[in-house]
Design a protein around this ligand. Structure first.
Ligand code: ASP
Length: 293
């Protein structure tokens, strides 16, 4: 577990590649994918770009990488179809964009971003797809090739603070795999799998139904509003999972650029960097639990 940094950061970012147990053969591709995604976010933040651009760039990189259960590597539902959920939120303005049950789209997070200035905060299914098409962000028919190509391991998310102190969060997933068509998890829902305001930003991963029942994201953000550090906030939120099915985790960042993350279950992958410690740091917690393959 990372100790929360006490000193103020100019910029900071932490991302996750989910908290599902990895097979030994999946560890290295996950590490490389996290590193590439983190490098994208750091390039944006260190050159003075916005937290919003940074989280979108990191999540897009992981959506492009078939290693992860998002975009290209999305899992399939019980009928063999890919249905994606994604969200992005600006902590400064509370602008939010989210999509769910979105088909035939490589970068659901960018469709969510395109929705941010609109009145609606969440579009589902056919409506989300038509919006993606109108914005030139749909790839008709690609879902079939994604489903045929196999499935990535884990959901992705990123939270960042930029040099102007603005926070942002983004989450993207192909869901839990094998679920009923139309199932929506926590990832596109503010206060569950994503949230950002001026006090803090979070992205969650794990069993969406458990995350919803425990109201995971909101618990952590409210804890940070009430003065807890991000590490205290995630630890506090996860206690509400109680006996609910395991494999849930969360990353968090506050307005001082302090970082926190925690998980239940066997494993969680995270990557982080700050202006004080700009070297890319990748952590695969629970590596000893990796299953042979
Ligand atoms: N939270 C995602 C969902 O329930 C899945 C995951 O994070 O692995 O859709």
């Amino acid at each position: 577990m990372l100790d929360a940094k006490q000193s103020e950061q100019t910029w900071a970012v932490i991302l996750h590649g989910g908290c599902k147990p990895l097979k030994t053969s999946e560890v290295e591709p996950n590490r490389e994918g996290l590193q590439d995604a983190l490098a994208e976010a750091v390039a944006v933040l260190s050159s003075g770009g916005s937290a919003l651009d940074a989280v979108e760039a990191a999540v897009r990189a992981m959506e492009d990488d078939p290693t992860f259960n998002a975009g290209r590597g999305s899992k399939t539902n019980a009928e063999g179809e890919v249905e994606c959920d994604a969200s992005i939120m600006d902590g400064e303005t509370l602008e939010l964009g989210a999509v769910c049950v979105l088909k035939d789209t490589l970068h659901p997070v960018s469709v969510a971003r395109a929705l941010m200035p609109e009145t609606e905060t969440l579009l589902a299914g056919e409506g989300a797809y038509r919006f993606a098409q109108r914005r030139g962000l749909a790839q008709p028919g690609i879902g079939k090739t994604l489903a045929a190509a196999g499935e990535g391991t884990t959901t992705v998310g990123c939270v960042a603070m930029d040099q102007q102190g603005r926070l942002a969060a983004a989450t993207s997933t192909g869901g839990t795999g094998g679920s009923k068509p139309g199932r929506v998890g926590d990832s596109p829902l503010p206060g569950l799998g994503v949230y950002a305001n001026k006090a803090g930003a979070i992205s969650a991963t794990g069993q969406g139904e458990s995350i919803a029942r425990a109201m995971l994201g909101a618990r952590c953000v409210i804890a940070m509003e009430n003065g807890m550090s991000p590490q205290e906030g995630v630890d506090h939120a996860l206690t509400f999972l109680g006996g609910l099915p395991p494999h849930s985790g969360m990353i968090a960042l506050d307005a001082q650029g302090r970082i926190g993350w925690a998980f239940t279950g066997d494993q969680m992958t995270v990557a982080m960097a700050t202006s004080e410690a700009p070297d890319l740091r990748i952590e695969i917690a629970g590596l000893e639990n990796a299953e042979d393959a």
